[in-house]
Ligand binder design. Structure first.
Ligand code: ADP
Ligand code: NA
Length: 330
């Protein structure tokens, strides 16, 4: 019996992934490679929907791959590749563009949000059709499920609609993927403003823990995290967002249950929790940084892993594309 197939992607970002990216996404990818036929990609095609410096984009793509490997993705257990290395994404993307209604695409709330932020003059057609390329990304691999956060649900619904539309028009071609909403997934908040999520673009430097920062600097940020004027260490995201965020980070990094942590710190101050959490984070990021650096110091190995990943991915993608093109009349 075949394992169910999953597909997920992450954008190459300048600099490093942050704690939210790891605890909210990448950590689940590592777990899923044991139970699923997992395809993971660095989505550099998606990255150019906003302006990119070519040299930086190339470096960020490598850096993203190095971090994914350092975080525990194993090329023997999953297929890890770079999106632009598999030309079938753009090829199927065009077909999907021609099947997607303009109105349908216009209803995507992520586009509306991002376009509002960019301003009309800086909004590209690529940003608009980004979810349509995402449809091709998923359907090319006949993915059974797509592990995503709640914010991606609308895009997965659109993917399902388009898979069904294509299948109805041309005959069964694509697996209709189920969303695999990562409900259990930790949502990590800004250390300085624990009511908003930790984010590369929106968090202040002190609120953001980048995985490749000096551990000392990250420890300092944890120790100066905003909490509240109460003293009780209790998980209560509504009333105590700062302390709850620290407990979430602690619990997801160590596997210790939150209830157990509440007991462990009963009667102790916030300082004790912060000091211990700073140690927990340091213990995790120290080997992670070293492993990432090893991949960066050995670009030949990294490139060859990615080339092998692209080859594995292409074998699947090319077969799907050939069938789809044939059905369309190409
Ligand atoms: P950012 O919001 O910092 O730009 P991305 O949007 O590139 O990060 O997110 C990459 C992945 O990391 C996505 O799967 C996203 O859901 C997850 N992610 C990002 N920030 C957080 C967070 N603060 N908590 C949990 N998951 C997060
Ligand atoms: Na995001």
């Amino acid at each position: 019996t075949q394992r169910p197939r999953v597909l997920s992607g992450i954008q190459p970002t300048a600099g490093s992934f942050h704690l939210g990216n790891y605890l909210g996404a990448v950590r689940q990818w590592v777990a899923l490679q044991e139970t699923h036929d997992a395809f993971y990609m660095v989505v550099d095609l998606h990255a150019i929907t906003v302006p990119q410096d070519p040299k930086e984009l190339r470096a960020s793509t490598r850096l993203a791959a190095a971090q994914l490997l350092a975080a525990g993705l194993d090329p023997e257990r999953c297929t890890l590749f770079v999106q632009s290395h598999v030309p079938e994404h753009a090829q199927l993307g065009w077909v999907m563009n021609c099947l997607t209604g303009f109105g349908e695409a216009s209803r995507m709330t992520q586009f509306k949000d991002k376009a509002a932020k960019q301003g009309t003059a800086n909004t590209t057609v690529g940003l608009f059709t980004y979810p349509v390329l995402q449809i091709a990304d998923i359907l090319l691999y006949q993915a059974d499920a797509v592990p995503v956060g709640e914010d991606q649900r609308q895009h997965i619904e659109l993917t399902r609609d388009l898979a069904e539309r294509f299948n109805a028009r041309y005959g069964r071609t694509f697996t209709v993927p189920a969303p695999y909403i990562l409900k259990e997934t930790a949502r990590i908040y800004d250390l300085q403003d624990p009511t908003v999520k930790m984010s590369k673009s929106a968090s202040s430097p002190k609120g953001l823990v980048n995985l490749l920062d000096e551990p000392k600097s990250s420890a300092k940020k944890i120790k100066s995290a905003v909490t509240d004027t109460d003293t009780e260490i209790r998980y209560d995201p509504e009333a105590k967002p700062g302390v709850s965020n620290l407990l979430t980070i602690y619990s997801t990094l160590t596997g210790d249950a939150v209830a157990g942590l509440e007991q462990k710190y009963a009667g102790k101050g916030y300082g004790a929790l912060k000091t211990d959490l700073a140690d927990v984070v340091t213990e995790w990021v120290t080997p992670f940084r070293a492993r990432t650096q090893e991949y960066l110091d050995d670009p030949e190995t990294l490139d060859s892993l990615l080339a092998k990943g692209a080859e594995k991915a292409r074998a699947v993608a090319a077969e799907t594309l050939a069938e789809a093109y044939d059905k369309v009349g190409f």
